[in-house]
Design a protein around this ligand. Structure first.
Ligand code: UDX
Length: 425
């Protein structure tokens, strides 16, 4: 089938490449010439393991092409995926200006029947809005259907997630469109759920919010574990083996970040507020997440005393490993609280460089931690697992580790002579 993907960010690029991988002919459209120029050369404009190889393969095989010309792209493709960003507005709601622009452009240039698919995470009711926006710009009364098909991929494992999803959700009210979507996904082995577009839209928010709840619940339990001298990892294991609970997303730490959880949870809260429904549990989860970095800082102050004049080394900046994404990264909040408290901050990250005033960054992790009074691990990059802590001990001023991701082996580092403080551990 011929597919057009509009928006070539994380979701758009991955979606396009997954469909190329499944043997479809894909066109990637973006207004940003720089992005398209790079993609045409087989280069990604973001860091995502494994994706560039697939991109190069499909460019060479001509399964995927890129363009900035919406007119031809819309005319030549029957299925059009909307994969543009939906940034957060001041009131917490998702801003649909890019989705609206795309819908209007499709309306303007469509010449034959189209299935228009919302892949971006969009609030309940957006499919109906897209329908209206397309109609407003149509010159002739050409039929089309709008389908909601949310994407559940995670950054860092985008390709694997999109190739092997747990489920595919198709929100469609029209049989023809539903069948076209089903045949698009015919080689996928996971369950395909057909719902109304509104239900599909809510499924995405409900899933992300539920995962955020799981994390915040574990983070609160971790605070309790700290007081009771219990290891939160034992709790995660002990409850996670209950299949009704599930073992994933029970990892306590310094809180969730990224471009999705914080934004999507806020958007769902806004939708609920607009519907005069209070989601008290979700509100509580947001609050726990907001205070989790402060909880770490309190712990640090308890151990180190005043932070003024102390030098703190930070390991990991991104909101999670295997990505270069800094959006809502807890490390940024840690850094800002440390600076506010008068500490000197040195940072290391394997992929990201930040230019924050008064923060020293080094490519060498040992250099970063040299002469520090404490180390804080903010992102669980694999490379930090295998550091030479013996060498590190000879470099730091005082051997103290705060493991914000409960990643390191407490016993190992303690044996070497570090004081180790995890989160609920
Ligand atoms: C998330 C959803 O998982 C995905 O389905 C959706 O499509 C987009 O949003 P992503 O933002 O890429 O994906 O990251 P994810 O791996 O879910 O992690 C989000 C945050 O939660 C990270 O900051 C991570 O460190 C944190 N986290 C995750 C925890 O603190 N504990 C956990 O157990 C899991």
């Amino acid at each position: 089938m011929n597919i057009l993907v509009i928006g070539t960010g994380y979701v758009g690029a991955t979606t396009g490449l997954v469909f190329s991988e499944m043997g479809h002919k894909v066109t990637g459209l973006d207004l940003d010439k720089n992005k398209i120029n790079k993609l045409e050369k087989g280069e990604l404009h973001f860091f995502e393991p494994g994706l560039e190889e697939i991109l190069k393969k499909h460019i060479d095989g001509e399964n995927i092409t890129f363009t900035t010309d919406p007119i031809t792209a819309i005319k030549e493709n029957e299925i059009i995926f909307i994969c543009v960003g939906t940034p957060q507005d001041g009131d917490g709601s998702a801003n649909l200006r890019y989705v609206k622009n795309v819908a209007e452009t499709i309306g303007k240039y469509m010449n034959t029947y189209k299935v228009i698919v919302d892949k971006s995470t969009v609030p309940v009711g957006t499919a109906a809005l897209v329908e209206n926006w397309v109609k407003e710009y149509q010159k002739n009364d050409i039929p089309f259907d709008v389908v909601s098909n949310p994407e559940f991929l995670k950054e860092g494992s985008a390709l694997q997630d999109a190739l092997n999803p747990d489920r595919i959700v198709i929100g469609s009210l029209n049989e023809k469109a539903t069948n076209m979507m089903k045949s698009l996904y015919k080689d996928f082995t996971c369950p395909i759920i057909i719902t109304s577009p509104k239900a599909a839209e809510l499924i995405k928010y409900a899933a992300n919010s539920f995962l955020a709840l799981k994390i915040s619940y574990m983070n609160e339990l971790a605070r309790l574990c700290d007081v009771l001298d219990i290891n939160i990892n034992d709790i995660a294991k002990g409850i996670g083996l209950d299949r009704r609970i599930g073992k994933y997303f029970l990892q306590a730490g310094i809180g969730y970040g990224g471009s999705c959880f914080p934004k999507d949870v806020n958007a769902l809260l806004k939708t609920a507020k607009d519907s005069q429904v209070e989601l008290t549990i979700l509100n509580a989860a947001v609050n726990t997440n907001k205070t989790q970095v402060n909880y770490l800082l309190k712990k640090i102050k308890k151990v180190l005393g005043k932070l003024k004049g102390k030098t703190i080394g930070i390991l990991g900046l991104t909101f999670k490993p295997n990505t270069d994404d800094m959006r809502e990264a807890p490390a940024l909040k840690v850094i800002s609280l440390l600076l506010d408290a008068g500490a000197k901050v040195k940072v290391h990250d394997p992929v990201v460089k930040i230019g924050i005033k008064n923060v020293i960054q080094s490519d060498d992790v040992y250099q970063t931690l040299k002469d520090t009074d404490a180390v804080i691990l903010c992102t669980e990059w694999e490379m930090y697992k295998n550091l030479d802590w013996l060498k590190m001990k000879s470099l730091v001023d005082s051997p103290i580790i705060f493991d914000g991701r409960n990643m390191l082996n407490k016993e190992t580092v303690e044996k070497i002579g570090f004081d180790y403080y995890g989160i609920g551990n």
